[in-house]
Ligand binder design. Structure first.
Ligand SMILES: [Zn+2]
Ligand SMILES: [Zn+2]
Length: 352
């Protein structure tokens, strides 16, 4: 065949030209003259098309990523390697030299171009939500019939900080927008509803309590057409604390532990453990607390009875001997508690 470019005859033609004319004439790469890159000034995510993409890259790496996508390689090139060199930078304007190495029809070829890159600093939608104090959920930490104590507040703050700190690596909306301390408790305003749920689960694991949720319709998202809800999640800690004495199903028990699953009660006579789910909280009545535990002395022991002095009026009391009292001795000091006008002798060394 005859090459219309160089006039050579008897050559195989590629896209109408002979091999050496294709190699001579082809551009290995086609570069845009100018590229604009939009980067969030707060979090470094960058706009790709009309979507913001999270990034932990530096400006130069974002530019290279962007150029790589915007440079077209010669269609039938067998391979193309690109390398980039920043040759000039003034303010938001960068000049980048792009060098390409590749192969066309078996021949090694080189090409290069320079691209002007303009960096636009903007604020991505998520950062602007953060900046405007946007939140999807409010966690209301309360206690039943009492105020929160300092230790509970301290624990709650540290659980919240730890969980959000971990989540924010994957979810930038996992931030605390505001914290309001009220007479009745604390309100935590959280950017993401899912993050708020994780925090509440974490709080419940550490402090126990009952969780309730109430969504409120706030309007409609104009771009997606979806209803916008804001969710109030309440976590209510019980009126009692670890070490308190509880009447439940007519038996007396002491609160040994509380967590996400329920309340661990130790029966005051058999010392058997019972796990009570939070949904039975309403049936539990606090009858006394750790401060009401008193010391007294054993004055006599018989095969079936043990005698102690009443901790307040010092009258001798004869009580049934229980399995946990087998190693008790006359003259020994023991802990007792009065519940519903009855004196109970506690286990030795029970620290709650
Ligand atoms: Zn030719
Ligand atoms: Zn951002």
């Amino acid at each position: 065949m005859f090459c219309p470019q160089c006039g050579k005859d008897g050559e195989k033609l590629y896209q109408g030209l002979c091999r050496s004319c294709v190699i001579k004439k082809a551009h290995l790469i086609t570069c845009p003259g100018e590229v604009e890159v939009t980067i969030c000034a707060h979090c470094n995510s960058n706009l790709q098309g009309n979507r913001w993409k999270d990034s932990d890259l530096g400006d130069d790496e974002i530019i290279i990523e962007n150029l790589t996508e915007n440079i077209e390689a010669f269609e039938s090139a067998e391979y193309v390697d690109l390398s980039f060199q920043i040759i000039n930078q003034r303010g938001s304007r960068w000049e980048v030299l792009v060098e390409a190495q590749g192969r066309i029809l078996g021949a090694e070829v080189k090409d290069e171009c320079t691209v002007d890159v303009k960096i636009n600093r903007a604020v991505c939608p998520e950062c602007s939500k953060y900046a405007s104090g946007y939140y999807e959920a409010v966690i209301q930490l309360r206690a039943d019939k009492r105020a929160l104590d300092d230790l509970e507040i301290e624990k709650a703050n540290s659980v919240l900080k730890k969980i959000l700190g971990k989540l924010v690596e994957k979810n930038r909306m996992a931030y605390l927008a505001d914290k309001v301390v009220l007479k009745e408790g604390i309100d935590y305003y959280v950017g993401s509803y899912n993050a708020a749920r994780s925090v509440v689960n974490g709080l419940k694991d550490v402090l126990g309590g009952m969780v309730g949720e109430s969504p409120r319709l706030m309007g409609r998202d104009k771009s997606s057409g979806k209803d916008l809800y804001r969710i109030w999640i309440s976590i209510r800690l019980p009126s009692f604390r670890k070490g308190d004495f509880i009447c439940q199903n007519e038996s007396m028990g002491r609160v040994v532990n509380m967590d996400g699953r329920g309340i661990l009660l130790e029966d005051i006579e058999s010392f058997k453990m019972h796990s009570i789910p939070w949904k039975q909280y309403k049936q539990m009545k606090k009858v006394s607390d750790s401060r009401m535990v008193k010391k007294t002395t054993i004055t006599n022991i018989t095969p079936h009875h043990i005698q102690v002095l009443h901790p307040e009026n010092y009258e001798p009391l004869d009580l049934d001997i229980m399995p946990h009292m087998t190693d008790f001795q006359i003259g020994e000091e023991v802990d007792v508690v009065e519940l519903d006008q009855k004196i109970y002798i506690l286990k030795k060394d029970e620290k709650l």
